[in-house]
Design a protein around this ligand. Structure first.
Ligand SMILES: [Zn+2]
Length: 353
């Protein structure tokens, strides 16, 4: 009996069970819009959604996967969907989990036009993108940390399962994030950009600073599909170097679209406005709680200790300890710092948070 248990442990830790974290699936959203996605948004690697819009003479794709292997998987999914070529690739924002797979697109469709806001291009060609050179190394450190957590008997339940998932995909993530290259836009815009078509026109707009200083949202009016990039991330929002006040304004503008389907930057397709309301409420609450303390000169480290954000934790993570941990590191830590920066008139610098 003991021997059997031991064998089982050996089997569980064998590399043969390693999982490739970049594999994608595809689902139809509407007749001419498909979503290429990773099945569980809260599982690493945290890769952005990719949307494929079918026009009469080709495809318009939104985002490209977040690593060279992710790009290869996404291209393979697109080829299964349609024999039409990809004409235009739109980046929603500069974060690499949405564009570092673009090399596979250029290989498959060399005449492709890559479009982003001018700000996103500046971020991808400047300092905010420096991190891609050391990303594999820093992820290797995180995977080592995850291995230690799994080996610690004090780490239990959903938290242990969360770290175990990191370990399972760890080797594929580190390999995938090695030797990455930026593929900045070949065409930029500041406010609006259109990809006209008689059947399925595509409208792209910058609605204000939100998750980054250059978020593009994509609107497919014929099928009432709104693609938001990381302005909306579900079920756990990402804050990074975001702009809480104008982000709320952008979310209100998204509510005003006559959408039937909203596709977030990560996570599940939304059919109503309830999740947008949750985000607006959370951002408003953080601003309302941080501003008075900042005005009194309370240092940021003290602000973290003094404010109670339990209802936001309940809204996005419930009592799941792993999801609460993700919410802290992906959203709460950065959004408090960003609200504090806003309240004290400090700049919010891309590439941080
Ligand atoms: Zn993202």
């Amino acid at each position: 009996m003991i021997r059997r248990v031991l064998l089982c442990v050996v089997a569980l830790s064998s590399p043969a069970l390693a999982v490739d974290g970049f594999v994608r699936q595809t689902a139809p959203v509407t007749p001419h819009v498909h979503l290429v996605y990773r099945p569980v948004a809260t599982d690493a690697p945290y890769e952005g959604n990719v949307e494929v819009i079918e026009q009469s003479d080709g495809l318009v794709v939104v985002d490209a996967g977040g690593s060279p292997p992710a790009g290869e998987y996404v291209v393979a999914e697109i080829r299964k969907l349609s024999a039409k070529p990809v004409k235009v690739l739109i980046y929603t924002h500069y974060h690499g989990d949405h564009n570092l797979g673009a090399g596979a697109f250029l290989k498959a469709w060399p005449r492709i036009e890559i479009v982003s806001t001018a700000a996103t291009r500046a971020d991808m060609t400047g300092k905010p993108f420096d991190y891609i050179k050391t990303y594999a190394k820093s992820y290797a450190g995180e995977i080592d940390y995850a291995r230690k957590q799994v080996a610690d008997p004090a780490v239990t339940g959903e938290v242990r399962a969360g770290w175990q998932q990191y370990v399972d995909v760890g080797d594929s993530i580190v390999a995938g994030y090695t030797d990455m290259k930026a593929y900045p836009a070949t065409k930029t815009f500041t406010d609006r950009f259109s990809v006209p078509d008689s059947m399925m026109p595509v409208e792209v707009a910058f609605l204000g600073n939100a998750n980054t200083d250059g978020d593009a949202v994509v609107w497919v009016p014929s099928e009432k599909v709104l693609i938001t990039g990381d302005v909306v991330v579900q079920p756990i929002p990402y804050a990074a170097a975001s702009f809480p006040e104008s982000w709320i304004g952008v979310l209100r503008k998204l509510k005003a679209f006559d959408f039937a389907v909203l596709i977030p930057g990560h996570g599940e397709v939304q059919h109503g406005r309830a999740y947008l309301d949750k985000l607006i409420a959370a951002l408003s609450e953080v601003r309302a709680k941080v501003a008075p303390l900042a005005a009194k000169g309370v240092p940021l480290e003290e602000v973290y200790k003094q404010i109670d954000l339990e209802d936001i934790k309940q809204t996005f993570a419930g009592n799941d300890r792993w999801k609460r941990q993700l919410l802290n590191s992906f959203f709460l830590h950065a959004i408090v710092a960003n609200a504090y920066a806003e309240a004290t008139g400090k700049p919010i610098v891309q590439g941080t948070g």
